[in-house]
Write a protein that binds this ligand. Structure first.
Ligand SMILES: Nc1ncnc2c1ncn2[C@@H]1O[C@H](COP(=O)(O)OP(=O)(O)OP(=O)(O)O)[C@@H](O)[C@H]1O
Ligand SMILES: [Mg+2]
Length: 247
C-alpha cells in the first residue's frame, strides 16, 4: 500500500532522514520507533505531504531550504511531491504530534473542520464513525476543545484525521503524555480502527503498550533505519527493550 524508498530529507545541510526505506501493507499496524530527534515526525510529514506546505512556506519567506529525495509510493502512485490535500483525497490522513486542535471551538466544530473536502452527505456517517471509535467525544461534543483533558484532545486529534475516512492513518506519538489508563484505551481504539479496515502507521518512542498490537516495526536512529522486524521480534530484542520499553 505504502512504500517509502531511499528517502532523504535535508533541512538546509542537515540530514534529517538518510536513505530510509519502509513498507506498509494493507491492513497492517506498523510502527516506527525512535528516540527524540530520530526523524519520526519528518517521516510522517513527508508521507502526509505536510512537508510540501512547509517547503513552500519557507521558500516564500526566504527561510530554510528543505530538500527531498527518494520516492514515496501510495497505491501504485508516486506522491513525494503532491500536496497534502491531494493525499487526503487519496486516503492518507495524519494525526500530528501534541494534538494541535482549535481550543476555542467545541469538539463537534473541530471534527467538522476536517470534513471540508467531503460531500455533505458523507459528513454524518463520518461523525457516526468517529463517535463509534471514541464514544467520549460524542458525550463531550459541545465542550470547548481547550477545556478537554490531554487524552480527550488526543482522541479528538485522531478523530479529526478519521473524519476524512482515510485508508492509511498516520499517528505521530499518540501516547505522548497520556496516563497509563488513557494509553490502554487508545491502544484499544487503534485496534478497532484497524478492524474497520484502516491501515495504521504509528510513530512512538514509548513502545511498551504499543508493541503488542503491532504487526511489524522499524527502528530509526539519527534518520537511519537500524532495525526492523515483526512486533514479536522487536518485543524480544534486547536493544528495543532497553531503549523503548524501559526494561
Ligand atoms: N523544521 C526544521 N528545521 C530544521 N531542522 C529540523 C526541522 N524539523 C526537524 N529538524 C531536525 O530533523 C531531525 C529529525 O527531527 P524530527 O522532528 O523528525 O524527529 P522526531 O523523531 O519526531 O523527534 P521527537 O521525538 O522529538 O518528536 C532533528 O535533528 C531535528 O532537529
Ligand atoms: Mg516528532
Amino acid at each position: 500500500m505504502l512504500e517509502v524508498k531511499n528517502l532523504m530529507v535535508f533541512f538546509e545541510n542537515a540530514l534529517a532522514l538518510n536513505d530510509l526505506s519502509i513498507e506498509v501493507n494493507r491492513g497492517e499496524i506498523v510502527s516506527t520507533l525512535g528516540s527524540n530527534s530520530a526523524g519520526k515526525t519528518t517521516l510522517m510529514n513527508t508521507i502526509s505531504g505536510l512537508i510540501i506546505d512547509m517547503q513552500v512556506k519557507e521558500d516564500r519567506r526566504g527561510g530554510e531550504r528543505i530538500t527531498l529525495m527518494g520516492e514515496v509510493w501510495f497505491e501504485g502512485e508516486e506522491i513525494l511531491f503532491s500536496k497534502p490535500s491531494t493525499r487526503i483525497r487519496r486516503g492518507i490522513a495524519l494525526s500530528r504530534e501534541r494534538h494541535p486542535i482549535f481550543p476555542e471551538s467545541d469538539i463537534e466544530e473541530n471534527l467538522r473542520i476536517s470534513t471540508y473536502l467531503r460531500k455533505d452527505s458523507e459528513v454524518k456517517s463520518s461523525f457516526d464513525f468517529v463517535y463509534s471509535i471514541f464514544p467520549p467525544l460524542q458525550m463531550l461534543k459541545k465542550r470547548k476543545a481547550g477545556f478537554c483533558s490531554g487524552g480527550e484532545q488526543q482522541m479528538l486529534s485522531i478523530g479529526m484525521a478519521l473524519m476524512t475516512r482515510p485508508k492509511l492513518l498516520l499517528l505521530d506519538e499518540p501516547l505522548l503524555g497520556l496516563s497509563p489508563a488513557m494509553q490502554t484505551s487508545l491502544i484499544q481504539a487503534i485496534k478497532q480502527i484497524r478492524k474497520e479496515g484502516i491501515t495504521v502507521l504509528v510513530a512512538e518512542q514509548f513502545a511498551r503498550p504499543l508493541l503488542p498490537i503491532v504487526d511489524r516495526g522499524y527502528v530509526i536512529e539519527n534518520g537511519m533505519l537500524t532495525l526492523q522486524g515483526t512486533g514479536q521480534e522487536l518485543r524480544e530484542n534486547p536493544e528495543v527493550r532497553s531503549t523503548f520499553m524501559g526494561v
